[in-house]
Design a protein around this ligand. Structure first.
Ligand code: ADP
Ligand code: MG
Length: 246
């Protein structure tokens, strides 16, 4: 589903990461962890075409980007990759002047040129899926953080992505609101969505992930099944990281 080879990204003199290799199977749930500043968000943004890497290659489904391609092909590849990936951010990023339903259906209505009736049907079914059909006409300011994030998930799903990327989706939420968001994510995982999740929610990682990837100092330092990573981390860097987040 996702194949990343020798991916590199720098901002000016700052090398965020280099030589990242990553293969993710369809329906796999990967949790990405690592210290702040280790490049987790940048990697997700590269996988979603929000940031352009400067070395290596990315394949998502049948969309392929490579640093060696010409500028026009790269641009097209990034556009293609973006249609295949849905992203959910720490700050929910809903449009404040649109209702929950309008937030969910805006992109498919425009990008997929869906007619209004069809878009509303899909939007309502997605809001039902995240348990918020009864809030469809509310504006974001009248929703709790957990509800806003669930609308953001529904909005990402509305484009029918082949994979979902979550960048610390519960970090901005009060602790009592994280559960409802994590349970929507678990439900998505159970339905077979391919997901990469950056999170500090180790309970979620233990319960839902097939694999944990630990990034630090611009590299993937270690990866393994959650039971292995949490119980017997192989590197001193990972042990130190786990001690700090406990
Ligand atoms: P993480 O998500 O693991 O905390 P980030 O991917 O956000 O890490 O950041 C990795 C490094 O890249 C940090 O040093 C950060 O300051 C830097 N960085 C991220 N985005 C930009 C940008 N647009 N311009 C310059 N530096 C950036
Ligand atoms: Mg980040």
């Amino acid at each position: 589903m996702i194949e990343v080879n020798q991916l590199g990204k720098s901002f000016g003199d700052l090398v965020v990461f280099r030589d990242i290799n990553l293969h993710i199977r369809s329906r796999e749930i990967v949790v990405l962890v690592g210290p702040s500043g280790s490049g987790k968000s940048t990697l997700l943004r590269c996988l979603n075409g929000l940031e352009e890497p400067d070395a290596g290659s990315i394949r998502v489904g049948d969309a392929a980007w490579a640093a060696s391609m010409d500028a026009a092909s790269k641009k097209q590849a990034i556009r293609h990759i973006r249609t295949l990936t849905g992203m959910v951010f720490q700050s929910f990023n809903l449009f404040p002047h649109m209702t929950a339903l309008e937030n969910v259906i805006m992109a498919p209505a425009i990008v997929k040129k869906m007619n209004q009736k069809q878009a509303v049907e899909i939007g309502e079914s997605l809001l039902a899926k995240v348990g918020l059909l009864n809030k469809k006409n509310e504006y974001p300011s009248r929703l709790s953080g957990g509800q806003q994030q669930r609308v953001a998930i529904a909005r990402a799903l509305a484009m029918q992505p082949q994979m979902m990327l979550f960048d610390e989706p519960t970090s901005a939420l009060d602790p009592e609101l994280t559960g409802e968001v994590l349970s929507v994510m678990k439900q998505l995982a159970a339905e077979g969505m391919t997901m990469i999740v950056v999170t500090h929610e180790m309970k979620f990682a233990r319960e839902a992930a097939n694999r944990v990837i630990f990034m630090s100092d611009g590299k993937i330092q270690e990866e393994g099944a959650p039971e292995q990573f949490f119980v017997q981390p192989q590197t001193e860097r990972a042990r130190k990281f786990l001690r700090q987040i406990e």
